[in-house]
Design a protein around this ligand. Structure first.
Ligand SMILES: Nc1ncnc2c1ncn2[C@@H]1O[C@H](COP(=O)(O)OP(=O)(O)OP(=O)(O)O)[C@@H](O)[C@H]1O
Ligand SMILES: [Mg+2]
Length: 262
């Protein structure tokens, strides 16, 4: 597999495995965080935004993270996805320590993850199919025509088979979000990080988008970490965690069942 070779030489021999097996042979969590702190700024402006975060996220689960604006949700998401360097504490992704990790290892992490952000970052000059194919560009093993084929299949999966040649400006908000989901999932990532994927959508499209993520997670066995302020979608979670002032205040292991509006 290409990610093994990407790491070769950058890690000690005894830590090159990315298998989910720990010493006991049990399934290890796909993400394991211990005493993680994070700071922004330098000198007098240095400000701590994450405080002593410890969290395990199991493979194949959907975890929803809630919390007030500015509480640190996006910061944590970007650290987990290798988009920012881990400064302090431990953050292991598929067994790989990201604190002090090389640029090469962070690139490897980014290739294992699919990202869905609120402002879906579609390229306006590209069609839906070309946008989705961008999700495969880090995987050099595919030819151009294979990427286009996989992109078309991914769009069919999200119900957009008749829109593959449309540009973003000719798609609705929900359709654009579905293109972003197809782009995040086309490479079959181990982890999907979604930052308020339904924020711009009405409740019906929001519901469709999360149902789709749930279905694809089941089919592809990937872990989904989803930040939302949208109480209407909490029922898709296997687990809900809550962030406040840079700390995890609640670590609910079981699914919330009491949802009045469903
Ligand atoms: N690049 C940055 N430089 C300095 N401070 C930052 C930076 N990014 C975020 N912050 C600060 O870190 C804190 C956490 O921000 P973060 O974006 O993680 O919050 P959030 O929980 O995602 O909020 P929201 O719900 O509004 O998206 C905030 O106080 C924010 O001002
Ligand atoms: Mg945020």
């Amino acid at each position: 597999m290409h990610h093994h070779s990407a790491l070769a030489g950058s890690t000690p021999a005894n830590s090159t495995t990315i298998d989910h097996l720990n010493d006991q042979g049990a399934i290890a969590p796909s993400i394991s965080i211990r005493h993680l702190d994070h700071f922004f700024g330098k000198g007098a402006l240095r400000k701590q935004v994450l405080f002593d975060i410890s969290l395990d996220i199991d493979s194949g689960k959907i975890i929803i993270m809630t919390g007030p604006s500015g509480s640190g949700k996006t910061t944590l998401l970007t650290l987990i996805g290798g988009l920012r360097s881990v400064q302090s504490g431990s953050l292991k992704f598929l067994g790989q320590e990201l604190c002090g990790a090389s640029a090469q290892k962070l690139t490897w992490v980014r290739r294992q993850a699919g990202y869905i952000f609120q402002a879906h970052n579609l390229h306006g000059s590209l069609t839906a199919q070309q946008n989705v194919a961008m999700g495969l560009e880090v995987h050099s093993e595919y030819s151009g025509s294979e990427m286009q084929q996989l992109a078309a299949a991914a769009l069919e999966h999200v119900g957009l088979q008749d829109r593959i040649h449309y540009h973003p400006k000719d798609l609705s908000g929900g359709q654009k979000q579905r293109v972003a989901i197809a782009r995040a999932l086309v490479s079959r990532p181990k982890l999907v990080l979604a930052d308020e994927p339904t924020a711009a959508l009405d409740s019906t499209s929001g519901r469709e988008v999360v149902n789709l993520m749930q279905q694809l997670a089941k089919e592809q066995g990937c872990t989904i970490l989803l930040v939302t302020h949208d109480n209407r979608i909490l029922d898709v979670a296997d687990r809900i965690i809550h962030m406040e002032d840079g700390a995890l205040v609640q670590n609910t292991k079981q699914k919330t069942i009491d949802l009045s509006n469903h």
